[in-house]
Design a protein around this ligand. Structure first.
Ligand SMILES: Cc1cc2nc3c(=O)[nH]c(=O)nc-3n(C[C@H](O)[C@H](O)[C@H](O)COP(=O)(O)OP(=O)(O)OC[C@H]3O[C@@H](n4cnc5c(N)ncnc54)[C@H](O)[C@@H]3O)c2cc1C
Length: 394
């Protein structure tokens, strides 16, 4: 059964798909956005109580530049959505040894200064005085940067979705089973229920499911699972800004990072930006292990003594769409006309939300955009290593 044409059909209503749909509609296209069931989708990576918004990417200027613009965008979205969903708590990035050249914290600090920002370098005494929840003397160097914080990603996504519908984006409830191609050109999609939707152009923004829909990408990106913990505390003021803000704790060497006490959810979220576990996004169970919890407790024991016994009220194994080099993947398919991929968030894509829509729309329209070079369709090899500076690579 063929349904009426859209100029552009976007598969996946996570933050990549929803922002792309808004921007493409604002540029005058007839846009349809397809995703399945309740929104935001409970298994989507975007569906979460908070995501870190940090400028710090080691020596990488482009990512810092993108987040500089993104933070302006988040402030504008707080106004547009008439709700503070981006919380500028500032960020603390502390290390257990002195910061060294080549290290994530040192290079981030240098890049911030070079780009005119004002991070404050802190030693052990200052860390204890200003952020007393940290175990005294355990972290001896690092910095506080007042610009940055976290965004309530799931709620941001709900607002972006409402915005898309308010400007005429058509929502389709369904799961795409196949992208229909004829003579090397996209025709539309067929859903798992056999419905067909025609479109001149299709954008695949299916997050960690992307290699399922575009199998030729399975050699370049895969789904990896990462543990997330939500802790409860009776007395939350020691874990509330300005005493406790978004943090990374020797993150490139441990993976650990987290958030202050959440004003709505009433929990402290701590997660690990590490290697993760390879997982089948369609069939595998998504559960954290006892080993995950044990390593959390061990981390808390030498970092936040006040949380070491805090009850875990909720856990989640959340999936990255992990490219081999950990850079986003936003480009046309090299062999299929009318097909664009917008994915590869690799565990750090949400913070770009306000700039993602224009970036993806520029790719769809082949408009030159300096930032897109990094995200081009590329051939990576099994020995390609991850380049996201904050990521713990084991
Ligand atoms: C544990 C964890 C922590 C993270 N922390 C941060 C952070 O602190 N800061 C940060 O910037 N980023 C972070 N990220 C990364 C960020 O969440 C992602 O990069 C971003 O949300 C990805 O958005 P997306 O739209 O690509 O994918 P998703 O949000 O996963 O959305 C994909 C959508 O596609 C739909 N879909 C899939 N297949 C189909 C199909 N066949 N038919 C129809 N619909 C389909 C799904 O239902 C889903 O709704 C984190 C990610 C995880 C997992």
């Amino acid at each position: 059964m063929v349904r009426d044409n859209a100029d552009i059909l976007v598969i996946g209503a996570g933050i990549f798909g929803a922002t792309a749909a808004v921007e493409l509609s604002l540029r005058g296209y007839i846009v349809a956005l397809i995703d399945e069931g309740v929104h935001p989708h409970p298994l989507a990576a975007t569906t979460d109580i908070s995501k870190v918004v940090r400028m710090e990417y080691g020596a990488d200027d482009q990512y810092m530049e993108m987040v500089e613009d993104s933070i302006e965008g988040f402030h504008a979205w707080n106004d547009r959505f008439e709700e503070v969903l981006y919380h500028e708590t500032g960020v603390t990035m502390f290390t257990r040894e002195a910061m060294v050249p080549g290290g994530f914290e040192f290079e981030s600090f240098e890049t911030l200064l070079r780009r005119g920002h004002s991070p404050e370098r802190l030693g052990p005494e200052e860390i204890t005085r200003r952020f007393p929840a940290w175990k005294p003397g355990e972290y001896v160097d690092g910095f506080f940067h007042a610009v940055g914080g976290y965004a309530e990603s799931g709620r941001v996504l709900t607002h972006v979705r409402k915005w898309s519908e308010a400007i005429g984006v058509r929502r389709i409830d369904g799961r795409v089973a196949k992208i229909d191609i004829k003579k090397g050109r996209v025709q539309g999609v067929t859903t798992s229920k056999g419905q067909r939707f025609m479109a001149d152009h299709v954008v695949v923004a299916a997050g960690s499911w992307t290699p399922v829909l575009v199998p030729e990408l399975a050699s370049e990106m895969k789904a990896t699972g990462h543990p997330v913990f939500h802790l409860a505390v009776d007395e939350h003021s020691p874990f509330t800004p300005p005493l406790f803000v978004v943090f990374t704790a020797d993150v490139a060497r441990t993976g650990w990072y987290g958030f202050p006490h959440h004003p709505v959810e009433g929990v402290i979220k701590i997660a690990n930006h590490g290697v993760g576990v390879a997982i089948d996004p369609v069939h595998d169970e998504r559960a954290i292990t006892a080993a995950n919890e044990q390593s959390l407790r061990q981390f808390l024991s030498f970092t936040f003594p006040g949380l070491v016994d805090a009850p875990i009220v909720f856990t989640r194994l959340c999936l990255y769409c992990d490219t081999r080099d950990e850079h986003l993947w936003i480009d046309h398919h090299p062999e299929i006309e009318g097909l664009t991929i917008a994915s590869g968030g690799s565990g750090h894509g949400f913070k770009f939300a306000p700039v993602l829509g224009p970036l993806i729309a520029d790719a769809v329209e082949s408009i030159p955009n300096a930032w897109l070079e990094k995200f081009r369709w590329r051939k990576l090899s099994p020995v390609t290593s991850g380049e996201e500076a904050a990521r713990y690579h084991g």
